[in-house]
Design a protein around this ligand. Structure first.
Ligand code: TPP
Length: 204
């Protein structure tokens, strides 16, 4: 379990990935895009109820935020959410500086921080003891970033992000539970379905 003893995250509640993902999905009314990172984040996104505007990354860690950045730039009138694990984000920290520089107004990011690489055997990540990912994001220039204190605060931050005029990162400490249901591992289907859901492909 993640202690975060030396970080501002220490005062935040340890929540649950599926519960938070369900709370996010329940607030989506305008065909917002949601990009799930590999493994548990996309399993719980799938389990929260598939939507045509969901994309489920497979295989490579750290690509949820970069993919979401591309979608946000390509479709500036659509709000885009991205869900990523702490281990995956740590593998791709540079994307935070890129996003802070490009400043897409319509990009909201969520890091689900269990302090472990849960899916590969629960090895501790540097976020467990040393690295505060929200402090990193703020340092990269994503100044509108914060830890969610509890579920109510998480929902408040999601609502705030729906109309935000700058990118923001929401951090949520979560427990060590595995994801709920696995997405069917079919990258072509996932890509084509997402493009249809975003109206960027007319049919196939
Ligand atoms: C580039 C890369 N390195 C290693 C792996 C193996 N791997 C898959 S998931 C994972 C752990 C992911 O940890 P995190 O993002 O914190 O999510 P969690 O499993 O805790 O939900 C690892 C090491 C991979 N898929 N890709």
């Amino acid at each position: 379990m993640n202690s975060h003893n030396n970080t501002p995250a220490r005062n935040t509640k340890v929540m649950n990935r599926f519960d938070l993902t369900s709370r996010l999905v329940a607030k989506l009314k305008k065909e917002e895009a949601v990009i799930g990172g590999i493994g548990n984040t996309n399993f719980d996104l799938w389990a929260a109820g598939h939507r045509p505007q969901n994309f489920y990354m497979l295989g490579s860690m750290g690509l949820a935020f970069p993919i979401a950045l591309g979608v946000a730039l390509a479709q500036p009138n659509r709000r885009v959410f991205a869900l990523e694990g702490d281990g995956s984000l740590l593998m791709q920290l540079g994307c935070l500086s890129t996003i802070a520089t490009l400043k897409p107004k319509n990009l909201s990011m969520i890091v689900l921080d269990n302090g472990i690489y849960q899916i590969t055997g629960a090895q501790p990540t540097p976020a467990a003891a040393a690295t505060d990912l929200i402090a990193v994001a703020i340092g990269c220039g994503l100044t509108n970033s914060s830890w969610a204190a509890d579920e109510g605060d998480f929902e408040r931050l999601i609502e705030q992000s729906l109309t935000a005029s700058e990118p923001m990162l929401i951090g949520a400490r979560i427990d060590d539970g595995p994801g709920t249901w696995a997405t069917r591992r079919d990258p072509v289907q996932i890509r084509e379905r997402f493009m249809l859901g975003l109206g960027s492909r007319e049919g196939f």
